[in-house]
Write a protein that binds this ligand. Structure first.
Ligand SMILES: [Zn+2]
Length: 68
C-alpha cells in the first residue's frame, strides 16, 4: 500500500491552527488581517480588533509588564 493519504492534521509552521486572541480568547480560523500581532518574550500574541484598540498604547509603547 503506497497510496498517499492526505494528512489533515499536518501542521503548517506558518499557520499552526486557529488563532486565539491573547486577551479575550476569541478564536479565528485563519490569521485575520485586521488583528494585531505582538511579539512578547519571543512568543507571538494576537489581539482582535477590540482588544488591539484597547491595548494599542501598551502595544505601541512596548511597555514591559514591570512598568505596570
Ligand atoms: Zn480580543
Amino acid at each position: 500500500m503506497d497510496q498517499k493519504t492526505p494528512d489533515a492534521a499536518q501542521l503548517d509552521p506558518e499557520n499552526p491552527g486557529p488563532i486565539t486572541c491573547a486577551r479575550c480568547g476569541t478564536t479565528a480560523d485563519g490569521p485575520p488581517p485586521t488583528w494585531t500581532c505582538s511579539v512578547e518574550n519571543g512568543a507571538r500574541r494576537y489581539f482582535c480588533d477590540d482588544c488591539a484598540r484597547a491595548n494599542i498604547r501598551a502595544i505601541e509603547g512596548r511597555l514591559d509588564s514591570s512598568w505596570w
